[in-house]
Design a protein around this ligand. Structure first.
Ligand code: AMP
Length: 385
């Protein structure tokens, strides 16, 4: 029997506020060997008391998988907020962990969970490099005109009020794949990316460099999302406070957890929204309105980003809804032929994987690109091996 050397692997960890996702990735082959999710971390009555317990569970699943964990050559950590300190993939040291922890003020639900994930994983895998990849990183390049809120400068500076943007790993990754599909160099392409998942964001990318994005200080700004409102007039908050008596925590909960698609039609899962539309009746009416608001918001951002970029070579749809809901792609770009954007209805409804769905002769290519943040993080971490 000839023993084949196990491939070199990267463990990718994404510790969210109440869940931890993991994936074992072969960064060279670009394949995932094992992935999983621990949910309800730290929730009342959950068997997973905290993030440390969740990571122990993941470690035992990895150990039980039969995969030789000695093949894990690096650990990549998705970290939500890099603030103004971090934007490149960063080798984790004690000092880096302390700084990520200090950035928790900007991402109170996420950075503390990221820090615990990093600390536990460093004990579990003490001999390999641990690398932080920041969700805000790709948007570090945004010009001041795009990152600055038009509010009092001194106050904004003192409290770090700045548009950071999120989902950067995904936006950057799909731009790279889009360039490959088009047989072009990213440096010569202007791209609008529509990352439409449970969270949703749009970006404008000129020659591989992000110049605008829809999320801001927090992931609440911009597009309509599963449970988040996206853009609202800030005056709505004052009004609700004064008339409905909602306090600041209730308003936070309203806009982050009870708005978006869920607020409009009761469900945040897009598949359920589509089923509700098809079933008709009053619930169907509500789902129709939710769908229309969702699509309308996307169109507004596409229009804005056409103007920001001047010339757009490609529009890329990605993430759960962007990859799997052809009607959203068709409806959000409908009637834009005069602007050089035409979706081909048949191509749009057929095929799988990374592909072009625009009509032949459409000046702007429309693409569907499955995102793969774990692979992007694994590749970033692999650079340090
Ligand atoms: P993500 O956050 O990228 O995992 O995306 C989750 C969202 O994608 C949820 O709203 C899902 O309902 C939606 N989604 C997943 N598969 C489909 C599908 N086949 N059709 C429509 N929406 C889908």
């Amino acid at each position: 029997m000839t023993a084949t050397a196990p491939p070199s692997l990267v463990l990718v960890l994404n510790s969210g506020s109440s869940s931890i996702k993991f994936q074992l990735v072969d960064p060279v082959a670009g394949t995932a060997l094992l992935s999983g999710l621990v949910e309800h971390v730290g929730e009342p009555d959950s068997p997973v008391a905290d993030h440390a317990a969740g990571l122990r569970l993941i470690h035992s699943r990895l150990a039980d998988s039969g995969i030789d964990l000695a093949a894990v050559r690096a650990v990549g950590h998705r970290v939500v907020h890099g603030g103004k300190l971090f934007y490149r993939p960063t080798l984790i040291t004690d000092e880096v962990v302390a700084k990520i922890d200090r950035l928790s003020e900007l991402a109170p639900l996420h950075n503390p969970a990221n820090v615990i994930g990093i600390e536990v994983a460093r004990k579990d895998f003490p001999d390999v490099p641990h690398v932080a990849v920041f969700d805000t990183g790709f948007f570090h390049s945004l010009p001041a005109a795009a990152t600055t809120y038009a509010i009092d400068r001194d106050l904004a500076n003192r409290y770090g009020i700045h548009r950071y943007g999120f989902h950067g790993t995904s936006h950057e990754y799909v731009c790279g794949v889009a360039a490959t599909v088009l047989g072009r160099d990213t440096r010569e392409l202007n791209i609008i990316v529509l990352h439409l998942g449970n969270g949703a964001s749009a970006s404008a990318v000129r020659g591989g460099v992000a110049v605008e994005t829809s999320m801001g200080l927090t992931p609440l700004e911009g597009l309509v999302m599963g449970t988040r409102s996206g853009d609202v007039d800030p005056g709505v908050l004052f009004h609700l406070n004064r008339t409905a008596g909602l306090d600041i925590d209730e308003l936070d909960e309203l806009l982050n957890r009870r708005s978006g698609l869920k607020g409009l039609c009761g469900v945040n899962d897009f598949r359920e929204l589509l089923e509700q539309r098809a079933a008709g009746g009053p619930a169907g009416e509500a789902a129709n309105l939710a769908y229309d608001v969702y699509v309308h918001r996307i169109r507004k951002y596409v229009g804005a980003y056409l103007a920001v970029l001047g010339r757009v070579d490609a529009i890329v749809f990605t993430a759960g809804v962007g990859e799997n809901a052809p009607s959203v792609r068709e409806d959000s770009l409908e009637g834009l032929d005069a602007l050089g954007i035409s979706v081909d209805p048949e191509r749009n409804r057929a095929g799988r994987g990374a592909r072009i769905v625009s009509a032949k002769g459409s000046r702007t290519s429309v693409l569907v690109i499955p995102t793969d943040e774990e692979l992007a993080i694994a590749r970033a971490a692999w650079q340090f091996v």
